[in-house]
Design a protein around this ligand. Structure first.
Ligand code: HEC
Ligand code: HEC
Length: 344
């Protein structure tokens, strides 16, 4: 059994290290700066009133991986948002919080957050500096209070030093915690995939990837719009309602029945590594996702008009599309050590 496990883990390491040789990490690990890739829209969040610094990033990283943010000191942000899968939650359809409590949604990946007009699958939170309050206080996630987090951190000398370096004095308060987390998360930029290199004329698509890209532009990009691969709208893409969850999506925020079963269009950057897919993690593979668009669309009054007739795709077109989607994997981001847990 042990032999089998170690063989398996070697296999996992070998396959997960398959780096596209054309793509070199352009950011040295200690380079922390605001990035607006050329041709992209201006981000919503520009670190106004919260200047991005190396010290702020380092504090934010310590907090992101800090289990004291949870009631029983067992769960950190990094428990559900894992760097090696673009900060999604590998293998978890729904996330698990303190006491192994099951959440009601799939943990989305985290990158390019400065461009999001709103956060969560239903857009229920509209500022990156406020967002962490939700997981910290959610009873099925970290189930803690901000006041308690502050008290716990004040007992650690380590944090006095980090807060001083980041903010000029040793004061630890919730506002600084949120600002530091915003610096760490806001510096998670993903813009160096093969797709990006192709756009800059530094790499070429294979014939199949090029066919997949053409299909993508025709059939997908109205919602998964370049360059962020989402237009940040809320749409019903024809999923059946999960009977155990009864999650009405955007309607939970607006109360408007026209928003029933609409969810934020997710970015498809790094989608090759962010399985499982959809707001409840119902699909394990991209093949299943494409089969949904081809043959699984459920009609309803809020179904997006673009998907009334599903999306027609032959088997070989499906494969071309998947090959294109693989070019959205950003190894520079996934292997950038500055995002790793500093405690390990
Ligand atoms: C128990 C698992 C869990 C923990 C712990 C957790 N998250 Fe999440 N995170 C989720 C889930 C699930 C969602 C989606 C929630 C929703 O749509 O209602 C989410 C959503 C987010 C989003 C919004 C992403 C988007 O695309 O809209 C951000 C940002 C985020 N989390 C950051 C954090 C931070 C910072 C922490 C630590 C303070 C944290 N998370 C802790 C599971 C978790
Ligand atoms: C009408 C808008 C629309 C179109 C067209 C569309 N999508 Fe989506 N897509 C969505 C929405 C909305 C979601 C999230 C649905 C949910 O979880 O409830 C989604 C989810 C996904 C996901 C899951 C991502 C994740 O992180 O969970 C993938 C993969 C995907 N779409 C690929 C595609 C591809 C490929 C095409 C073209 C063949 C396409 N989509 C066409 C709106 C659309």
């Amino acid at each position: 059994m042990r032999l089998l496990l170690s063989t398996l883990s070697i296999f996992v390491i070998l396959t997960s290290c398959k780096v596209d040789p054309e793509i070199k990490p352009a950011l040295p690990s200690d380079d922390i700066r605001v990035v607006v890739p050329s041709g992209w829209p201006q981000p919503r969040y520009n670190f106004e009133n919260n200047p991005l610094t190396k010290e702020g990033f380092v504090l934010g990283r310590a907090l992101f991986y800090e289990t004291a943010l949870s009631r029983d000191n067992s769960v950190s942000c990094g428990s559900c948002h894992q760097h090696f899968v673009a900060f999604a939650n590998a293998g978890h359809t729904l996330s698990h919080g303190v006491d192994g409590k099951l959440g009601n949604r799939n943990a989305p990946p985290l990158f390019n957050l400065n461009w999001h007009p709103a956060f969560m699958w239903d857009g229920g939170i509209n500022h990156i500096e406020v967002q962490p309050i939700a997981p910290i206080t959610n009873p099925v996630e970290m189930d803690e209070t901000l006041d308690n987090v502050v008290l716990k951190l004040q007992q650690k000398d380590f944090y006095k030093k980090l807060f001083k370096e980041a903010f000029g004095d040793e004061t630890i308060n919730s506002q600084r915690i949120l600002k530091a987390l915003a610096q760490f998360m806001g510096a998670m930029y993903s813009y160096q995939s093969k797709y990006d290199m192709v756009k800059q004329g530094k790499a070429q698509f294979s014939a199949s990837e090029q066919r997949g890209y053409n299909l993508f532009v025709q059939k997908c990009s109205a919602c998964h719009t370049e360059p962020l691969f989402t237009d940040f709208t809320y749409r019903n893409n024809g999923l059946s309602v999960n009977p155990a969850l009864q999650d009405s999506g955007r309607m939970r925020i607006t109360g408007d029945p026209n928003d029933r079963n609409k969810f934020k269009v997710p970015s498809l950057r790094n989608v090759a590594v962010t399985s499982p897919y959809m707001h409840d993690g119902r699909f394990e593979t991209l093949q299943q996702v494409l089969e949904h668009y081809r043959s699984g669309i459920v009609q309803s009054s809020t179904l997006d008009p673009l998907l009334q007739n599903g999306i027609s795709l032959t088997d070989s077109e499906k494969q071309d599309l998947i090959n294109f989607l693989y070019t959205l994997t950003d190894y520079a981001f996934l292997y950038d050590k500055k995002f790793d847990d500093p405690n390990q």
